[in-house]
Ligand binder design. Structure first.
Ligand code: HEM
Length: 275
């Protein structure tokens, strides 16, 4: 009883904080929380796409390792480390909210309270762990242990969702959006943890090249970038399709999205196979 009261107090405190921002408060009262959450999901998805392009660019500097190392040295300061850590916020929000949507849509789970509270707790624990790694910069974990386990968990999520939705009446692209999303939850959250456990793991050209040249990691990266680019491309298309009626303009924009994702795939795949 006392515990429930304390939890309710924390929740109302968080809500009162959010409602201090006039624009947020306007939308929560006029359109409801779900409107705000779906906009948050959208903006977080677009932020991650921006980061994805920047990431492909920085990794391309690995073709000249000295340039990569010099750039990383330049970026190794409080502001950039903070921004790198802050990326956890849109990543976590989009992953956990995406996971919540998948649970609702496929398993008809409507335990809002439990799902939301679990998301907040998992999110806070994850943010704190990543923050600890950013400050500490010296943890060690074996690549041969971490990635096969993460890939196995991702594949389990992938096949559970695939098996559950394949026979539903939704379009194939819609289904693939959910299936790729489920696969990416462990992969992306794992990626962020792994890269920042130790500074050298994610910022030293020698360490990164050695890892990327491993055949298992290479295969994993190829599968990951393919699923990611599909998910991101279809995500952008579905946002555009919300505002533009079916017709020649929408078709042209769809072609544009496909071209941009194909160019990104070219550069991303070239990185993985040629480095
Ligand atoms: C980490 C695991 C991820 C999960 C579980 C996930 C899940 C989802 C789901 C379920 C949707 C459909 C939302 C809807 O139709 O209402 C979606 C949309 C979207 N996702 Fe993801 N996603 C993930 C990662 C990513 C990443 C890494 C990016 C970008 C690089 C991304 C970009 C987008 C975009 C742009 C949309 C469209 C937004 C919208 O329509 O609201 N997602 N995601």
């Amino acid at each position: 009883m006392e515990k429930a009261l304390r939890t309710a107090k924390i929740e109302s405190y968080i809500i009162s904080l959010v409602e201090k921002f006039p624009i947020l408060s306007y939308y929560t009262t006029s359109r409801g929380w779900s409107f705000l959450i779906s906009w948050g999901h959208r903006l977080a998805g677009l932020t991650l796409i921006g980061y994805m392009f920047a990431h492909i660019y920085t990794l391309s500097l690995l073709f000249t390792p000295a340039t990569f190392d010099a750039d990383m040295k330049l970026l190794h300061n409080f502001v950039f480390s903070f921004l790198e850590w802050a990326l956890v916020v849109p990543l976590l929000f989009h992953s956990l909210n995406g996971g919540r949507l998948i649970l609702y849509e496929l398993f008809h789970m409507r335990e809002d309270e439990i799902v939301m509270r679990s998301m907040i707790i998992i999110g806070l624990v994850y943010i704190l762990i990543v923050g600890f790694f950013f400050v500490e910069e010296s943890q060690q974990i074996s690549v041969a242990l971490f990635w096969p386990i993460t890939v196995a968990i991702s594949l389990i999520a992938f096949f559970i969702v695939l098996n559950k939705i394949w026979r539903t009446g939704n379009s194939i692209l819609w289904k693939l959006q959910r299936i790729t999303g489920a696969f990416m939850i462990p992969m992306l959250l794992g990626h962020m943890l792994f890269m920042h456990m130790n500074y050298l793991t994610g910022h030293d050209s020698g360490t990164i090249l050695l890892r990327m040249q491993n055949p298992f990691i290479r295969g994993m990266d190829l599968v990951f970038i393919t699923l990611l680019l599909f998910h991101a491309g279809y995500g952008v298309f579905s946002i555009v399709a919300d505002y533009i009626k079916p017709g020649p303009i929408l078709r042209s924009l769809a072609v544009l999205v496909i071209i941009v994702m194909a160019i990104s795939a070219f550069f991303g795949i070239r990185l993985i196979v040629a480095l």
